[in-house]
Design a protein around this ligand. Sequence first.
Ligand SMILES: [Cu+2]
Length: 435
Amino acid sequence: MRRALLPLVCVASAWAQPLTSPPDAPDLEAADDVVHVELRAEVYPEPRGSFLYGYNQLNPGPVIRTRLGDTLVAELHNALDAGTTVHWHGVSVPWEMDGVTWMGAPVAAGEEAVYTYPVERAGTFWYHPHFNTEQQVDAGLYGVLVVEDPAEPVPDAELIVVLDTESEHHDPAPRHGHGRATSRARWLVNGQTVPATYQATGGTTVRVRVLNASNASYVALRWPNMRHIGGEQGLLPSLQTPERVVLGPGQRAGFEWLVGESSFSVSTDHYSLNGGDALGDPTSLIRVEVDAPAPAPEGLPWPFPGGEPTVDDAQADVVYALAGSDRTGEWRINGERFPEVTVAEFPLNQAVIVDVRNVSPTEHPFHLHGHHFEVLSVNGEPPPYKVVADTWNVRIRDHVRLRFVADNPGDWMTHCHILPHAGEGMMTVLRVLPE
Ligand SMILES: [Cu+2]
């Protein structure tokens, strides 16, 4: 009897395990301004949940935590049976560190590589392979990179939330059917099935950093009294209190929870990349339970930078038309299929206006490597506040104008972050010339 009971107890306690952030990667370097981490890309001996691969036997991979101005040294040990790379999504790294294989080869099975660069902007970034990306990210290779700004206040607690959907490897639907499946995605929070339970203490402030690491599914996050403080590239210009925040694949956001007397639920509306809201009750992702209820604190004094959206009516320097269809499974930028693409070239330090037009029947999170951009306008209207990002969701029929300073020489991928779309060719290259 006892014997039979034991496994049941284990299952029950695993089920009730409270939600925590993924662990930080240990810093192997004594120097204050260097963070040296190891990432071992491995096949799990047996698939873990729905994941086949992981960094350091973890899903999500470890959090790489740095401070503004640090130098990151990340050793990749490729223990997979396939080539891989590490791409640093949202970080303006030197081109050789970007982890793409447009002009080079991946890190072969059994080989090692060292990525090193200074971190020059605070924010919530992430890392993942950029080789066989659709398959390797889906299999579980990703983690969060935090760049802290010492000028920002320290909350009582921090929670890093990585959202992903159960692996699509076993999905019997054809590959280009992902778009239709997405509004019924089965979400995981830091690898746990939902709803996960987070224990918060009354009277405290929690800083929450959220990443959507899924291949092809959107979240439309909601909870009561939402306080949106951070974007992809540091703090927002001012505190925002939206009803909800939509995050497409690859996008991140930062929030502040002022924990008081009552528990609350973080949920997502069903959101289809075939056109936004979909039918059905919201899915609860996280149940925030309050122990020791106490009056909610005031918000922390975040050093919001302020600033209005930039006005720049200049003609676009490059136009990207996003086209394709679920029916054919063909996804193109300007009619071209990566890698047979026209490379747009720009002189160093030019301010570049990118005009993105979505003429397809699905939404596309548009991502630019090596730079951050400002959103000038969406369908002729400036955004409600200054938006600085590296990934922007271009809805069906949207016409978006983006502006960036081409200050990082190299050949930069620019692509849709719905990985099946990128894998089917929705990717191009933008070249910033050396001096
Ligand atoms: Cu797309």
